[in-house]
Design a binder for this molecule. Structure first.
Ligand code: ASP
Length: 355
């Protein structure tokens, strides 16, 4: 009996020792992970709701509160996905849905009008672990263009689909369609009327090859970049483009490398502003390239492109970027940019003006 008791005691001590070793190993592992990524949050995300002449003096308290509320709701939708361990791609799509549903932004409901008085929307989506990408241009009846862009990424062998073809493909994927009247807002309709009136008085614009008159340069495109618990980055952008656009004009938003880019090794980017400049200077890709080849930080890379390259050429706008360590950059060279971010642990900020 005594021998049996001694044997039990020895086994118990041995098991206890093993547990201790196992838990020591686990804690060493944890410590070294934490040491390697000391400040990396478990997840993070950043959004924008467009750049332009956004000035406090032109804002009513109601409008400011409405935009802030919509941006908070968008951040909440994305955070819910990320907190539960969902993918960055799911978080980006959920976030942009909220902004596409809000009339405050130039995407989905609230999209600007073309010269012909219709709403033609563009969107793009990219995942940072595989550089897979999808985009749609000039769609008129899809409630959530961002989902069409994601469907192109996931369910087609293409990257960019346009017009009727993009709509037919999206319908086959079961995406929600709406009567184009759904996108009408009086505010955007009035902006088109102002732009048309501006053209009537400014003959120069009619004679030249200038095809866009966004007189007040309030853009309003939406975008989101998310970093999930697995370290994956995804980025998406959705827009109605620019007021009074013609000839099926496409801006940077559906162009991978111009309006959107994502690479886990560097960062995710979503842009907003005068699309022609963002295409010409491959803005989203340039931020990635400065980090990949020049070892720049996400802040330095984003600042250089927005505040040096674009400013030197007269390109107006801004971008949001998020790297794999959860660092956020939100530079703009316009008066303001609707922007916000959050990080696991409670850090959250929403900003409109130069602060
Ligand atoms: N970049 C968009 C375009 O040119 C406009 C915007 O960002 O508001 O179509």
């Amino acid at each position: 009996m005594k021998n049996v008791l001694l044997l039990c005691l020895a086994l118990a001590l041995c098991a206890c020792g093993q547990n201790e070793t196992a838990s020591m190993e686990a804690s060493t592992e944890k410590t070294s992970t934490t040491a390697a990524n000391q400040d990396t949050p478990e997840y993070a995300m950043v959004i924008h709701g467009g750049a332009g002449t956004i000035l406090k003096k032109n804002m009513t308290p109601e409008k400011e509160a409405g935009i802030r509320e919509a941006m908070n709701a968008a951040l909440n939708a994305g955070e819910e996905v990320l907190k539960a361990g969902g993918s960055a791609a799911d978080a980006v799509e959920a976030t942009i849905w909220v902004m596409e549903d809000s009339p405050h932004f130039n995407a989905g409901k609230g999209a600007v009008f073309t010269n012909a008085g219709i709403n033609e929307m563009d969107a793009s989506f990219m995942t940072g672990h595989d550089q897979n990408a999808g985009a749609v241009g000039g769609v008129t009846n899809l409630k959530h263009p961002i989902s069409a862009a994601r469907a192109v990424l996931e369910k087609s062998e293409h990257v960019l689909l346009s017009g009727k073809g993009a709509e037919a493909f999206s319908k086959l994927q079961g995406l929600e369609t709406v009567d184009p009247k759904y996108f009408h807002t009086d505010f955007r309709w009035n902006s088109l009327q102002k732009a048309l009136e501006g053209e009537r008085v400014d003959q120069e614009k009619l004679e030249g090859n200038r095809i866009i008159t966004d007189i007040d340069h309030k853009y309003g495109t939406v975008g989101c970049v998310a970093l999930d618990k697995s370290g994956n980055i995804a980025a998406g952008t959705s827009t109605g483009g620019m007021t009074n656009k013609r000839y099926n004009r496409l801006g940077d938003s559906p162009i991978i490398g111009a309006g959107t880019y994502a690479d886990n090794a560097t960062c995710g980017v979503s842009c907003t502003g005068w699309g022609e400049f963002f295409i010409r200077y491959a803005v989203a890709y340039d931020v990635h390239a400065r980090m990949a080849y020049g070892n720049a930080s996400v802040q330095d890379a984003a600042d250089a492109v927005i505040n040096k390259t674009l400013v030197a050429k007269g390109g107006t706008g801004g971008l949001i970027a998020l790297d794999a360590q959860g660092n956020v950059a939100m530079p703009f060279n316009t008066a303001g940019m609707y922007r916000g971010y959050l990080k696991a642990g409670g850090e959250r900020e929403i900003l409109f003006y130069e602060e």
